[in-house]
Design a protein around this ligand. Structure first.
Ligand SMILES: Nc1ncnc2c1ncn2[C@@H]1O[C@H](COP(=O)(O)OP(=O)(O)OP(=O)(O)O)[C@@H](O)[C@H]1O
Length: 269
């Protein structure tokens, strides 16, 4: 019989993202304050918190587009922003970057040509990858529509399709489901799970909608530029005795406020 106890231990994969004392200053403000976290590979990590808490800033730092970042921030084994990371990260911002005078297909054909010239040199190779990306995001029947005539949610999905062209190792998606109806939201989350499971892609997905938390493998809960909790949805619910992640978040916020009030009272004594 196989003795699993004596199998040589396999070292765990290094995290996709490793941050220590990560701090970001924007204008006169420190918007991320000394964050410590790891993002595991091949999993979906949700970045949740209220509007303005710093989710986009954290994603920009991971994608390497944020200035004034201090502390340690390693992405796929390289310092964030390294040139070597460029082809390995798909980053989709909240503002879709799509040419409105081109069709959805022409946009993707263009991005495949300019962003991955070595990968998709031949027209048939581009056609295949563009067809797959359009199908991934449920836009096959809108392929020949001018982007200017697509809805906001459809434009966002063209941007997402562009990020999926070259099968990145890390996908950073800033609020990808904003403005989508429940069916499309569910379909996109199914796609994220397929990408993580079948293509071994790591996903970092932000949302301020707490019901999306349950769809993530792990969560980073943020508030006012700090990470206030880090764990699986189940572990956060168990730890706080809450029925939902939203209630867990509220309990953690209340506990943090009480701690701060206690510390302030203590200091004033
Ligand atoms: N260019 C800037 N200069 C100074 N402060 C900024 C700048 N851009 C953003 N901020 C501030 O940084 C903080 C974090 O912003 P960020 O966009 O990262 O939050 P967020 O959690 O992504 O919000 P939302 O969910 O609304 O997109 C906010 O308080 C915002 O006002």
């Amino acid at each position: 019989m196989m003795n699993y106890e004596n199998r040589p231990s396999v070292p765990p994969d290094p995290p996709a993202v490793h941050a220590r004392a990560l701090t970001v200053v924007r204008g006169p403000r420190t918007v991320l304050t000394s964050l410590d976290f790891d993002i595991p590979r091949g999993r979906i990590t949700g970045l949740l918190g209220p509007s303005g808490c710093g989710k986009s800033t954290l994603m920009r730092a991971v994608a390497g587009t944020q200035a004034k970042v201090t502390g340690t921030l390693d992405v796929l084994g390289h310092p964030a922003g390294s040139a070597a990371l460029r082809p390995r990260i798909g980053y989709v911002t909240q503002a879709p970057s799509v040419y409105r005078d081109l069709t959805a297909r022409q946009n993707l054909d263009y991005f495949a040509t300019v962003q991955h010239p070595a990968l998709f040199r031949s027209r048939p190779a581009r056609r295949e990858v563009v067809d797959r990306a359009l199908a991934d995001v449920g836009l096959t029947n809108r392929a020949e529509t001018l982007a200017g005539n697509l809805s906001g949610g459809q434009l966002g999905r063209v941007s997402l399709a562009a990020a999926l062209l070259a099968t990145p190792d890390l996908l950073v998606l800033d609020e990808p489901t904003v403005g989508l109806d429940p069916v499309l939201r569910r379909d996109l989350w199914d796609l994220f799970h397929r990408i993580a499971a079948e293509r071994r892609v790591t996903l970092l997905v932000s949302s301020h909608v707490m019901d999306e938390a349950e769809r993530c493998h792990r969560l980073l809960l943020m508030r006012e530029g700090r990470i206030i909790a880090d764990g699986t949805p189940a572990s956060l619910r168990e730890r706080t005795g809450a029925a939902t992640v939203e209630d867990a978040f509220l309990k953690i916020v209340d506990a943090a406020n009480t701690d701060t009030a206690d510390a302030t009272e203590e200091a004033l004594r």
